[in-house]
Design a protein. Sequence first.
Lengths: 354, 354
Amino acid sequence: MKSMAEHKKTRPIAPSKRRGTGGVTLADVATLAGVSTITASRALSNPALVNPATRARVHEAVLKSGYIPNYLAGGLKSKRSRLIACLVPTIASGSAFLVAVHAMSEAFGGAGYQVLLGERGYDVSREEALVESVIARRPDGIVLTGVVQSEAAHRRLSTTGIPVVETWDMTDSPIDLLVGFSHEEVGRAIAQYLYGRGRRRLGVIAATEPRGAARARGFTEAVVALGLAPSVTDVPMHTIESPTKLIHGRAGVASLLAAHPTLDAISCATDLVALGALFEARARGICVPKDLAIVGFGDLDFAADVDPPLTTVRIDGADIGRRVAALLMARIDGRRISRRATDVGFQLIERASA
Amino acid sequence: MKSMAEHKKTRPIAPSKRRGTGGVTLADVATLAGVSTITASRALSNPALVNPATRARVHEAVLKSGYIPNYLAGGLKSKRSRLIACLVPTIASGSAFLVAVHAMSEAFGGAGYQVLLGERGYDVSREEALVESVIARRPDGIVLTGVVQSEAAHRRLSTTGIPVVETWDMTDSPIDLLVGFSHEEVGRAIAQYLYGRGRRRLGVIAATEPRGAARARGFTEAVVALGLAPSVTDVPMHTIESPTKLIHGRAGVASLLAAHPTLDAISCATDLVALGALFEARARGICVPKDLAIVGFGDLDFAADVDPPLTTVRIDGADIGRRVAALLMARIDGRRISRRATDVGFQLIERASA
DNA sequence: ATGAAAGCGCTAACAT
DNA sequence: ATGTTAGCGCTTTCAT
């Protein structure tokens, strides 16, 4: 017996001296309701199998005893932890993918899953350790914002059999499922757009983080392809570390303009950087967009409301989040998946800044 | 290369047909190392108790087999899940407490804990359900950003015996530990500061979320106490919903000025709102700070770098995060806690906008 | 320094 | 519709 003795009325049982657990187990609930443990279990997790009257007694016993299930125990036995691990590069402000994480959270929450949100940082060497500690929780699914860098982590994730979605990026060798878009194409699209608007001296403020670097690569390659620079190393570039901040935009504009005073367009790593670029341009009496075009990335919720409104690239984060959740739950339930990889694309939003 | 090609040698044991678990258990590792399960267990979690040679054999077996521990099982038996649950109102951009969460994550991660980050939303009615699902994971500790609103959730948290820290706010009835600051005092300090700078017609853009509301309350009460308004309802106020956005600042300034054209200072719910206020003022040809003083909240990392630099209230989020982690780990380890409640205060940062 | 036994709290599988 | 049995994978006793 669980030592539960006599729990007078509605009061939760005094926690047995052990900390961590409230002490009330499903067996206690069952005793209180006058049924077997398994019936109590079914009444809570598969009510259709239980007689309504019995079910009511069990629910009453739950209330009386203050019972809270132990998912550690349930998950151990059933192999379903109801946990989705989601690894993001950072939760720092100004990250466009947080919208996707939020949407995903909602979708999973509605289906009875909890999301274990972990920060990956931008350090590849820690990746395997992080992945291992995540797998140790036996999540029912794993979402990775950004594709996996380290080979060791890739191998781990492939061999566990836990469904995995990589997102917010594309790769030719996904672990399992993939919902993303091409950052190189984003960079190309920006360069081509600026060219189409008559700009000829293009520079870029580039983040060193993998996806920022991919956008910068696409950008510089397109600049070369457009005949605006002899080689990619000739494209004016200022590099910054993630997470990106407004000040990076100010510093980037200052540094690019010092070296290349005739620049007429700058592609910025993120909207926050672009906002900084806007401030710096104004401080220098440079008119945006007449003298200098500024393009951001993310279409964060301030982008349309600054002055001038920011031309930027919009990613439908909510859509990505919902797709990720739907795909992962389909995989968890063993349903058939039509496409393993989805390119959700992006949209260049024309506003006044470029 | 990311493709899995040839990992012939060190290949993990073929997963037993069951999904979810890699199949390799500690018993397999023990067999491989020629020791008992418990020795393998000790070699991994309490190496000092094991002969170095044995320990090495176990570690080799771990590598050979691709073993990843199962924290569900370990936690079930040991009552230590190595999990810290952290509930935040939202992960949307522009939330000052994310800095605290990040610092906390780092501190916990370094000590072998993982952080289960959950969004609370701003809906009190969902609070109890959320708290229950969190307790169901049997975390070793719980961190709540913002004090608990619902009485049911409060009761649940008190009776489980799981150490709890409430943070980013103060209350007279904490569940257990508390590390925060008074939002009402923040509001008062802002009003008094503006008064000291010669401002007499003060307005506020207030978030409806509990802590934003508390700041607005402190502000309006101080305005009355300073003799600038006959009653709190006379203080010009524009209310907005969380999460706050830049556009709220623009709309707020527009609306406040329409009703009270002579306002000479506006206290904004967050820095993002203040930034919007700055843009709106400029669009209207209003000079900040000469004609209108603007104060923010949060000292987000863009605050110092906008134009004019933002006068705002700084919370040392990293400090809060570290304190929370240290306190919670002390309590988990059963160490003595000197003070249950800590007021970390705040700092009004004078810059050009006010 | 190592091992044997027991069981954490729950649910799958097989009864009835 | 309900119950019995067994055991998930680990770690806590309590030996040796």
